[in-house]
Design a protein around this ligand. Structure first.
Ligand code: ADP
Ligand code: MG
Length: 449
């Protein structure tokens, strides 16, 4: 799939909704080119106009201003060369799996006999061989979404648009379906010439896409367009992969202070170790969700204390944590969510854990902990051993509280486990570099309760 002819071009596309007092610029002056052979991921907070752009690109709605060129010609009406897969695909419950795929072929005028053959072939390719006569209700979420893919691909779209296609699935089904789509795509087994995928999942974007386009909102616009030039298949533990993930996080998180000042050094290293703020993680999540509801994701800190009915000590610790994690920035007495903070607030429980894990892995204390644990047989150490090591940096009581916080955060992120009876802290396989495909991420696996 190496051709550079541009398939799609958006030129100064603007979308306005409503009029008069209610006039709202949803998307402003977006320029975007997609070339043949490209898989582009579109990231950005909700409301920044991602779905609007997909509708404009596929011709489901005309843009208020600007032009959409498809293979160089101005697009008018629905683009017959494109199709969209939504988060939860609407299947007809009264039709079988096979009929659900046939329907879209027949709607495009494919003769019935050919439609059956093609539908059967597609179902086979997405791994639904043997389920042709099943009804949607008999299928798992992952399998239903596969029918959705088969249906979208049935019309052999040159341009496949995906609107958060994996976000309603459980981790394992999502991973499996991602793998299957990538195989079809990179193996050239589908006639699709380009894919545009909206996602909230940063790792997913880096695993799949050749380019990542980041949007921000009010007004909705493109703020970054970066190439991902890693060969497939991409490995989640590959340092080059992590470097790209890190760069995307960096773009989304912004920066309050140079990172080495913000994060401090590891215990035992020269320089001060940044203490973890002692917080209740659910309160941090609550704060993120609250900020996400504020106009421009910004609020006066003093107002926040009133609104949340929280004493200022507790609130300041939460704010400190949000800043340390790159979820918010503080300026002129206001706290503002970063795009990463928004992504976190809007993500599913599992995607939140992933975002949180990626952020805390950067903290020197966690790097230090991981290095110590990795160096032992079985990747585990007694609580006391680690606390003693932390006492090089903190007074004994604070060292204990620091470790308490670290274990709490690490457990939430599923990178650390703690066995209360044995007083053992251990590394979850994921931090040791195991990929989800190898089963390192199975919910609840091997965790002490
Ligand atoms: P995203 O997919 O990035 O979450 P959308 O494209 O769905 O964003 O929406 C962008 C903005 O436009 C949002 O503020 C949304 O409320 C508004 N919007 C979307 N569709 C309409 C519509 N048909 N009428 C009015 N406002 C809309
Ligand atoms: Mg949307």
């Amino acid at each position: 799939m190496n051709s550079n002819a541009s398939l799609l071009q958006l030129k100064h596309v603007t979308q306005v909704y409503g009029s008069g007092q209610k006039r709202f610029v949803a998307v402003q002056d977006v320029n975007l080119t997609m070339n043949e052979g490209e898989f582009v991921a579109l990231l950005g907070p909700s409301g920044c106009g991602k779905s609007t752009l997909l509708r404009i690109i596929t011709g489901l709605q005309p843009a208020t201003e600007g032009r959409v060129l498809y293979r160089g010609a101005q697009l008018k009406g629905i683009n017959p060369n494109s199709s969209i897969v939504f988060q939860s695909f609407a299947l007809f419950p009264w039709l079988t799996v096979l009929e659900n795929v046939e329907v879209s072929l027949k709607a495009r005028g494919v003769p019935p006999r050919l439609a059956v053959t093609r539908a059967l072939d597609l179902l086979d390719r997405v791994g639904l061989d043997g389920f042709e006569t099943a009804y949607p209700r008999e299928l798992s979420g992952g399998m239903r979404q596969k029918v959705g893919f088969a249906r979208a691909m049935a019309v052999e779209p040159e341009l496949l648009c995906l609107d958060e296609p994996f976000s309603a699935l459980d981790v394992l089904s999502a991973e499996a379906l991602r793998g299957e789509l990538l195989e079809l795509w990179t193996g050239g087994r589908i006639p699709t010439r380009a894919i545009l995928m909206v996602t909230h999942n940063i790792e997913e974007a880096v695993i799949m896409a050749d380019r990542i386009v980041v949007m921000d909102k009010v007004p909705g616009r493109v703020v970054t367009d970066m190439k991902v030039s890693l060969p497939h298949p991409r490995m989640r533990k590959d340092p080059k992969f992590l470097e790209v993930v890190d760069r995307v996080y960096g773009i989304l998180a912004g920066q309050t202070l140079p990172e080495h000042l913000e994060m401090g050094t590891a215990p035992g290293e020269p320089g001060r170790t940044r203490a973890l703020p002692h917080i209740v993680l659910n309160e941090l999540i609550g704060l993120m969700e609250f900020l996400d509801t504020m106009p421009n994701d910004r609020v006066d800190i003093y107002r926040l204390a009133e609104e949340l009915v929280m004493n200022s000590d507790r609130l300041l610790r939460l704010i400190d944590a949000a800043e340390l994690l790159g979820f918010a920035t503080i300026a002129h007495g206001d706290i503002t969510l970063t795009p990463l903070g928004e992504t976190f607030a809007e993500a599913s429980i599992l995607a939140r854990k992933e975002i949180f894990a990626t952020r805390i892995r950067r903290l020197p204390v966690f790097r230090w902990l991981a290095a110590m644990l990795t160096a032992t047989d079985g990747h585990q150490l007694k609580w006391n051993v680690i606390q003693t090591a932390l006492e090089l940096e903190f007074p004994s009581e604070e060292a204990q509280r620091q470790l308490d916080s670290a274990v709490n955060w690490g457990r939430y992120a599923e990178i650390l486990a703690y066995d209360d009876d044995a007083e053992l802290i251990s590394l979850e396989p994921a931090l040791g570099g195991q990929t989800p495909e190898q089963g390192g991420k199975q919910e609840g696996a091997g965790k002490p309760h």
